[in-house]
Design a protein around this ligand. Structure first.
Ligand code: F6P
Ligand code: MN
Length: 336
């Protein structure tokens, strides 16, 4: 078998010929995330030996414990993106306000929103974590970039992706022309194309949810899961939940099925953040033929009101997500 040889840089240059709205800026930004992915991958793989696991003693604006690796990933991404000269403003899970590009870096026309280290508490137990990113074109004409540039509906994304630091490190992205994945070969330090034009199976056998909150789920969710378990009695569905969104989503993307983080009493708006968790994964899911919804609204059409807004997220195989939406609709009309 011929080994994989298409590097991410070569793939991106080839896309230049194929894609009508290809821009050098997106190439620079994706190359920036490839670089960041390699560096974070190195740090994550050594975290048990260094102090990367230690909490740095603070909480972020979302009330979550911040580890030293969260801070490293956040600072690294801000630095690399600023030096790409393609960005006018950035949003990170680790910063309450938008981040300006420093004065010594020229500004570009793009807005980048990111979750530097998703599921970072998983590092303590040597399980998977990830980085998620979402890229928009600015709507302001010039200057530093505005909050309005950051609060665009997901449908306006020009590119989205994630890096999974798992048993191997993978970068998955879409520019609106399919979903492609690259696996890091640590021996040559290159991301090589491993999955071209990924499609989510229309149905899957996995469901992924934190069942500890079952008592507090919104109406329809429990009914759907009950039916899932009884209808397919010949092959019962399998529960898989890692607790790091990137890893749970990645399995759903490749193997099919459904991932859910509905609203509950502890997180009445849902737990996951619209701008840098739900919207980029929704873009990838739809590009792979899947579906992403709050239960009643398409994630990509939501117009964000605040930077760290949370949403219920139901994402994955088209038919499975559709089935769940029917249960939610039924439960709502019964209650009305
Ligand atoms: O970023 C939030 C996050 O860590 C996700 O990666 C993950 O899907 C979710 O929280 C897990 O939440 P819980 O521990 O409530 O199941
Ligand atoms: Mn996260």
């Amino acid at each position: 078998m011929t080994p994989a040889t298409t590097t991410i840089s070569r793939h991106l240059s080839e896309e230049q010929v194929r894609l009508p709205d290809w821009t050098r800026a997106i190439l620079e930004l994706l190359n920036s995330f490839a670089l960041v992915g390699k560096i974070i991958s190195r740090e994550v793989s050594r975290a048990g030996l260094s102090q990367g696991l230690d909490e740095n003693g603070s909480q972020n604006s979302q009330g979550e414990q911040v580890t030293k690796l969260d801070v490293l990933a956040h600072n690294l991404i801000c630095h690399v993106l600023s030096h790409s000269f393609q960005v006018c403003i950035m949003v990170s899970e680790e910063s309450e306000s938008p981040l300006e590009v420093p004065d010594n870096c020229s500004r570009g026309n793009y807005v980048v929103l990111f979750d530097p280290l998703d599921g970072s508490s998983n590092i303590e137990i040597n399980a998977s974590v990830g980085t998620i990113f979402s890229i928009y074109r600015r709507i302001s004409i010039d200057g530093k970039g505005t909050i309005g540039d950051c609060l665009q509906a997901g449908i306006k994304q020009v590119c989205a992706g994630y890096i999974l630091y798992g048993s191997s490190t993978m970068l998955v992205y879409t520019m609106g022309y399919g979903v492609h994945a690259f696996t890091l070969d640590p021996y040559i330090g290159e991301f090589l194309m491993s999955h071209e034009n990924i499609k989510i199976p229309a149905r899957g056998n996995y469901y992924s949810i934190n069942e500890g909150s079952a008592k507090h789920w919104t109406a329809g969710i429990a009914d759907y899961l009950d039916s899932l378990k009884s209808v397919r009695s010949t092959r019962p569905p399998t529960l898989r939940y890692i607790g790091a969104l990137v890893a749970d989503f990645h399995r759903t993307l490749l193997s099919g099925g459904i991932f859910l983080y509905p609203a509950n009493t502890h997180y009445p708006e849902g737990r996951l953040r619209l701008l840098y968790e739900a919207a980029p994964l929704a873009f990838i899911s739809e590009q792979a033929g899947g579906r992403a919804t709050t239960g009643s609204e398409r994630i990509l059409e939501l117009k964000p009101k605040t930077l760290h807004q949370r949403v219920p997220l139901i994402i994955g195989s088209w038919e499975d997500v559709l089935d769940l939406e029917k249960f939610i609709l039924q439960a709502r009309s019964k209650a009305a």
